[in-house]
Design a protein around this ligand. Structure first.
Ligand code: IMP
Ligand code: MG
Length: 423
């Protein structure tokens, strides 16, 4: 038995969904512990593409249990839609394979409006959020004025609290010059979604502890990435939850000493969606990847910003998360390049540093120091085992592992399940 926390070691979109799907084969339970439907995990199974936002990717494997933990913020209408969408693709979601924490906070329409209004007012300093209301929902949670899944299960109580919250938020929306919300409409839509979700809602902490006692194997599915972490990321260009390993504990109620391993997922290069500092960003490299039809966001469809592998960032991610093993994805994205740059240090003014500065302005002005590695200029997408990879590709992967200070355990050369090389 071994419980694994899977985290993104960069700015999200590392290909976690695919790796989780792969690891779920041996796990019994997959848990989401933070974030909301800002996340988008793309998994391709047998030629069918699934894009998941709130439901753990483990749902695609029959017989596995999925948990949406207390640390997640849930738009109940979006989850109900996701369940219906999966049913259309013949994936059955029932209370035997999905459990939702009654302590998880709800994302409400005023969170989305306020998210949008704040972004609009920031002008060129906008964060570039997914506009899913994630920041305001976590804000309400911390301010102790949030509504939770458990409230939604009690219609009279929910309506009473919602009426009060809508009154306050309409005053805020009015001040923003935005459209106020109609209580009756929101109330009806949420109660309807609540009815659909009722079979899934309960105490997920007890469920997980019973599973631990029974020796079940749990996989904690991180969303977003280390540098979008509210505490450790490039604040304020971050999301509003703890995307790093500790978030798996607080967001699920499973204590730290029950965790056995942290697996860091990273691309063989770097991408970021939304605004914020990105030292190794490279326009020509971005254009090349977009030209291949790669690197468009699963949630918003936005073209991701792309750049070289940033070992300064990933080494720090190794520290914060306690990464033991790494999975490197999208290796095939580099197949055509004659040579590849890897950032090992930053120059900030006259100083050379190997730790990212905590101030985003300093990070924005940091100049990457690169080493250059030879490319392999050979397609890798059909490689099935490590020895199938070109020598230079193997050397590149080992360099990434060495710079991260962790062990290379998985290399991914395409979006399909069988394009996964285990070492
Ligand atoms: P929010 O989470 O919608 O508030 O967005 C805050 C920042 O996090 C923006 O830069 C988003 O693009 C980014 N972000 C949020 N979720 C994801 C994700 O799942 N993948 C990559 N970036 C994300
Ligand atoms: Mg994503």
């Amino acid at each position: 038995m071994s419980n694994t926390i899977l985290v993104g070691a960069q700015w999200g979109d590392e290909g976690k969904g695919k790796i989780i799907d792969f690891l779920t084969e041996t796990a019994d339970i997959v848990v989401r512990s933070q974030g909301g439907n800002n996340a988008g995990h793309t998994v391709i199974v047998g030629g069918t593409k699934y894009v998941l936002h709130l439901i753990p990717s483990g749902i695609l494997r029959p017989g596995k249990k999925c948990v949406i933990g207390n640390g997640v913020v849930i738009d109940p209408i979006a989850v109900a839609k996701e369940i219906a969408g999966l049913a259309e693709k013949k994936i059955k979601v029932s209370k035997s394979n999905l459990l939702i924490s009654d302590c998880a906070h709800l994302v409400l329409p005023y969170h989305r409006s306020i998210d949008e209004q704040r972004e609009a007012r920031k002008g060129k300093n906008k964060i570039g959020t997914t506009k899913r209301g994630i920041g305001p929902a976590y804000g309400d949670k911390a301010a102790r004025v949030g509504l939770r899944m458990g409230d939604l299960m009690q219609p009279a109580l929910f309506s009473e609290k919602l009426a009060q919250r809508i009154k306050e938020n309409n005053a805020v929306l009015k001040a923003f010059g935005a459209k106020p919300l109609k209580f009756a409409e929101v109330n009806a839509a949420y109660l309807e979604a609540g009815k659909k979700l009722a079979p899934f809602v309960g105490n997920t902490v007890v469920f997980l502890h019973e599973a631990l006692k029974a020796g079940k194997e749990i996989l904690f599915e991180g969303a977003q990435g280390t540098f979008l972490d509210i505490d450790h990321g490039t604040y304020p260009y971050v999301t509003s939850s703890n995307t790093t390993a500790g978030g798996a504990c607080t967001g699920s109620g499973v204590p730290p000493h029950r965790m056995d391993r942290v697996l860091g997922v990273m691309k063989a290069y770097t991408t970021r969606v939304g605004e914020g500092p990105f030292p190794t960003e490279n326009d020509a490299f971005s254009d090349m990847l977009h030209g291949m039809g790669r690197e468009f966001g699963a949630t918003t469809g936005r073209a991701r910003r792309c750049g070289w592998f940033d070992a300064v960032a990933v080494r720090y991610a190794g520290m914060i998360n306690g990464i033991d093993d790494i999975a490197v994805t999208n290796l095939d994205g580099l197949d055509t390049l004659p040579s590849i740059q890897v950032c090992t240090h930053y120059k900030i003014g006259k100083m050379t540093v190997d730790v990212p500065p905590s101030d985003f302005r300093q990070l924005r002005d940091a100049k990457p120091v690169y080493i250059e590695l030879p490319g392999w200029q050979t397609p890798t997408h059909e490689a099935k085992k490590y020895s199938d990879l070109p020598k230079n590709a193997r050397a590149y992967l080992q360099k990434i592992a060495e710079l991260t200070g962790a062990k290379l355990t998985i290399a991914s050369v395409g979006p399909n399940r069988d394009q996964t090389i285990v070492l």
